[in-house]
Design a binder for this molecule. Structure first.
Ligand code: ATP
Length: 147
């Protein structure tokens, strides 16, 4: 008998200012998909801590949490657990401070900085594209029109 479980993760859009404008870090995962770094919220952790930890572990980058961008949700079925998951993911905007994408998690195939507009086109999931749109709106409002 298959069952239904709820799963909650947290992740981030990490940005930096460069001479090419604002860039954000995306990860390439299985099947060549590009995504935002995220992971399950551990017991005793608040979503903000998870976002910073998962960004650090998956991308090798550390930063300062700026604000909440939004939440997404989706369903998926795990054959292994014979479980249908209803998944929720919190996303935060993080300003890059230190670290290098060369130190990314071995489970992540690649980490790359993208100009924000390219990041929207590159992301594989529609809901993550929408989170990136929110990040752009936020950055335009706070940094002026220098994107
Ligand atoms: P986490 O990164 O939170 O630890 P995970 O890597 O174990 O999670 P998910 O990334 O949630 O697992 O992927 C589980 C399934 O959901 C996969 O089939 C994946 O393609 C799909 N999936 C992941 N993100 C989305 C999304 N934003 N919209 C729809 N389906 C998604």
């Amino acid at each position: 008998m298959s069952q239904v479980k709820r799963q909650v993760s947290s992740g981030g859009v990490t940005f930096r200012k460069s001479d090419k404008g604002i860039e954000v870090a995306l990860i390439r995962i299985r099947a060549g998909r590009w995504a935002l770094p995220k992971g399950l919220i551990n017991k005793g952790e608040v979503p903000e801590e998870t976002a910073l930890r998962e960004v650090r572990e998956e991308t090798g980058l550390e930063g300062r949490l700026i604000d909440k961008l939004g939440d997404i949700e989706y369903w998926y079925f795990s054959k292994e657990d014979q479980t249908k998951y209803h998944k929720f993911v919190h996303f935060y905007l993080i300003e890059y401070e230190r670290g290098s994408i060369d130190d990314h998690d071995w489970e992540v195939e690649e980490v790359k900085w993208f100009p924000v507009e390219d990041a929207i086109k590159t992301l594989s999931y529609k809901s993550e594209k929408e989170i990136m749109e929110k990040a752009i709106v936020y950055l335009k409002r706070t940094l002026g029109h220098s994107l």
